[in-house]
Design a protein around this ligand. Structure first.
Ligand code: GLA
Length: 384
């Protein structure tokens, strides 16, 4: 990947890049849709991601996508959101957020390419924002630390891509550590690492190859519902808590009558999921992978029934997992409405499940699954 991106850079710009960078994608073991509620999450960076070759430039920013073979040139005066779904938005968003923080972000030229499967839910957007963030930070000597870069990436996504995401993906892409999950407290960004000793187990992603076009608007809707729930709870308990995290499951249950049914279900899920993350972190330290597997099923059930961000393809994969003795746990991963499930398997499995699942999935949905292996890796890096 790095060779291809550097070769493309040289072919397009006629010189060698000054530096190279890598922004990793992420997985999330458990703790879904809780980051923007001040919850705790357990993500990790992976060895699939986006590679950059980059140099300082003249008057304009120049971007080249090796995968799409598209080149875009933008003057500093044109840094504003473009039409939705344009990959350039992630770069422009990062530049704008850095500029807003009072820095002089001088033009760069770059080429980039990735190996994160499109729509798989491993957050290629965070990989773009964070890989680009560390690269332009270094080349322009801007001095942002990694927490600032995570906020910059998150705000780029809010203001340029229109998704009101939490901080989990960017944090994982920047703070990942080899063979470890990050227990991230989204209230204060305190974090600690839990080594993942896979032993006789294996983590795999299974891709539904579904991406619902309304996923982004449904994501923002869920955020609004959680904010509504928080407003009601603050009113009922005469508090001014800034995040849902501050209310316990019991308090939510006691306030049921004051809440709309759907809002009640959403915020009850959030409280339950945060509790599960705490349990899973402890289990990680004790090597209780089977226990974690059980929590994954519970998490999926909550995401399907209470948070309502699953879809029939994801449910199908999780139901299948539950019927197989070599799979200890599975759930949808990421924002939902498509993408992948994360699965814990017995490493010694004979692989027959794959063929069987594919056949069943094909007859139900007329498409195939993909199975992805990965390594848990370090956060975004730059090299010369
Ligand atoms: C997306 C967002 C994250 C997080 C997850 C759901 O990946 O970018 O901030 O909210 O969905 O857990």
């Amino acid at each position: 990947m790095e060779k291809r991106v550097s070769a493309d850079f040289q072919a397009i710009y006629g010189s060698k890049p000054q530096i190279k960078a890598f922004g990793p994608g992420r997985i999330n073991l458990i703790g879904e849709h809780v980051d923007y509620n001040g919850g705790i999450v357990l993500p990790a960076a992976v060895d699939l991601g986006i590679t950059f070759a980059i140099s300082t430039a003249g008057d304009n920013f120049e971007f080249y996508s090796c995968d799409l073979q598209e080149r875009v040139v933008i003057s500093p005066e044109e840094i504003k959101p473009r039409k939705q779904n344009s990959w350039v938005n992630y770069f422009l968003g990062v530049i704008e957020e850095m500029t807003k923080r009072g820095h002089d972000v001088r033009p760069v030229k770059l080429a980039f390419g990735g190996n994160i499967p499109i729509g798989s839910g491993m957050s290629s957007s965070a990989a773009l924002e964070c890989g680009f963030g560390v690269a332009i930070n270094e080349i322009n000597d801007l001095g942002f630390d990694r927490k600032e870069l995570a906020h910059i990436g998150q705000m780029a996504e809010h203001n340029f891509a229109g998704v009101k995401c939490g901080i989990m993906d960017q944090f994982a892409s920047l703070f990942g550590k080899e063979s470890s999950f990050i227990e991230l407290d989204c209230l204060n960004l305190e974090h600690k690492y839990h080594p993942f000793i896979s032993g006789e187990y294996q983590l795999l992603l299974i891709d539904t190859h579904v991406k619902h076009s309304l996923a982004d608007s449904a994501y923002n809707e869920r955020r609004d519902e959680c904010e509504e729930g928080l407003r009601v709870l603050n009113r009922v308990y005469q508090k001014e808590h800034p995040e849902l995290r501050h209310f316990s499951k019991e308090e939510i249950i006691d306030a049921k009558d004051a809440l709309q049914d759907s809002t009640y279900n959403r915020i009850l899920y959030v409280a339950e999921e945060i509790k599960r993350v705490g349990e899973a972190s402890e289990m990680l330290d004790h090597g209780d992978i089977v226990g974690i597997g059980q929590l994954l099923y519970e998490s999926h059930y909550g995401l399907k029934k209470k948070y309502e961000v699953s879809c029939s393809e994801l449910d199908f994969l999780v139901d299948f997992a539950q019927s197989r003795k070599e799979i200890f746990g599975a759930r949808m991963m990421g924002g939902g409405f498509g993408g992948c499930t994360i699965n814990i398997l017995n490493k010694e499995n004979d692989g027959s499940w794959k063929e069987e699942l594919n056949t069943l999935y094909f007859s139900a949905f007329n498409k195939e699954i993909s199975v992805y292996e990965f390594e848990i890796s370090n956060g975004a890096t730059t090299t010369t």
